[in-house]
Design a binder for this molecule. Sequence first.
Ligand code: GDP
Ligand code: MG
Length: 595
Amino acid sequence: MENIRNFCIIAHIDHGKSTLADRLLEFTQTVQKRDMQAQLLDDMDLERERGITIKSHAIQMDYLYQGKKYVLNLIDTPGHVDFSYEVSRSIAACEGALLIVDAAQGIEAQTISNLYLALGQDLEIIPVLNKIDLPGAMIEEVSDQIIDLLGCKPDEIIHASGKEGIGISDILAAIVERIPSPEGNPEAELQALIFDSSFNSFRGIEVIFRVFNGRIRKGDKVKFVATGKQYEADEVGVLRLDKEPREFIGAGDVGYIISGIKEAKEVKVGDTITHVARPTPLIVKGFEDVKPMVFAGIYPVETSEFEELRASMEKLQLNDASLVWEPETSAALGFGFRCGFLGMLHMEIVQERLEREFDMTVITTVPSVQFHCYLTRGEMIKISAPSEMPDPSLIDHIEEPFIKAQIISKSEYVGSIIALCMDKRGIIKNQIYLTSDRVELSFDLPLSEIVFDFFDKLKTISRGYASLDYELIGFRESNMVKLDIMLNGEKVDALSAIVHRDKAYDWGKRLCEKLRELLPRQMFEIAIQAAIGQKIIARETVKAMRKNVLAKCYGGDISRKRKLLEKQKKGKKRMRQVGNVEIPQEAFMAVLKLE
Ligand code: GDP
Ligand code: MG
């Protein structure tokens, strides 16, 4: 155990975590040159396409340092706020963290929030000033920022470039020298913490754990404490570039187990694995529950695929512990699931993963935050979908979630940032100059105003310089109303939204206009209306299609007719028929892009 080091790499998004991980893997010859590719640990297609890390990835390296062999377990983590739950779980498996700061960007909002997560678990922090190769690197200035933040000495900061391979051996030396080896007793009862899992269609469910005490051996009878289920350890091993089976995984180490788990529900991250015969009296403290920020319905495009969608959601949840869901029904869309997400990016990723990894075609409905609705008869109900909103006569008042937003930016953008936040019903709370031209602003803002397009706007007005972090601070009374959308007189519950009264008219009008552009023309006219209660506040019309596509081959060639129909059917993917109107997926998302 004395030769094991467990560490994660944390930073603000794009500061170079995954690239630095590549260099560590190369330097320790964990990966051969020919297998090397940029951001190797981002092995999901989605991660590679988008150039971001979505999942934490654990990998083990061997490292020879001053004649002694060390085992280093590295966990690369995502930087985006929506995936901070991944970071907090990874941290629980480590004794130390590399805190990477981009020398051209300086400290940003998630540098601070991820650092606090790590300090909360008492991790040893190794500050790394990265990208020093960049012409715009502000080495002294950013070093000062790091010293201010951590209270460390200048010579504790390692200067590095993941791209150029500078500082890599210094980092490895610091990992061995500064990060404590794990504590724990290899002879004690088995106590292992589950911090990740995934579904593999060939091998079934794989569970990733960190052993704190004891050891887990192939063939052992083990028990998952929270669920009480028992299994035989069919295979245990370590996470190298591929999974490598071992005879046992001992205290202090990170590994995986495959054990004939039948259902995704049986695995909970944060659960403890122990032996059936000699259970541990120590239960590793589990993880805090996820607090979803945005809710939306996910429905199969084909209503018959509901059960398949359920199975896919369960499998996806194995690999994404921050996804929460329960079944719901919509008058317009039938059976589906109400899901909670950590943000819009998370929601987008879930939809994409369902489609790519599980071959499902789904519709996601208008996202919403969760409101607290106080009824006149005294009780409070939580509503996260317009359809759950009670009749206005029954409502005493509604409270909406507020967040505290921390924005760090160059000082020249302060004016526009304040204007943006005011427009979003924000209240400025504080303004601190970190250096002469870097400002930290804090605001209280309604969550509903920031989850959708706030971040993009912030980036635009600050030319990419502002960074944002936020946390929930509670609920405040707000004048929220339900805005209904009707197509040919029929309410489409999946298109309605809960909005602030001051913004309702404007919203209704713009949403109707947007829908007019997005709804495909049909054989008949479509009336689009927005209403609050009985009152229509906006109306648009989609004109009828002039010619029947089939009329072209009237009476003629059957095969051509069939082809045409098939083509139309293909075009129908991601469309849902509501009443007599077909609604494409974009329509449900239109609310997010109202400009
Ligand atoms: P992550 O989001 O923290 O994992 O960051 P990535 O490793 O994905 O890198 C983000 C971007 O910065 C990529 O375009 C990298 O090529 C680039 N990058 C990473 N490290 C360096 C570095 O040391 N120097 C320079 N110039 N660019 C880097
Ligand atoms: Mg990354």
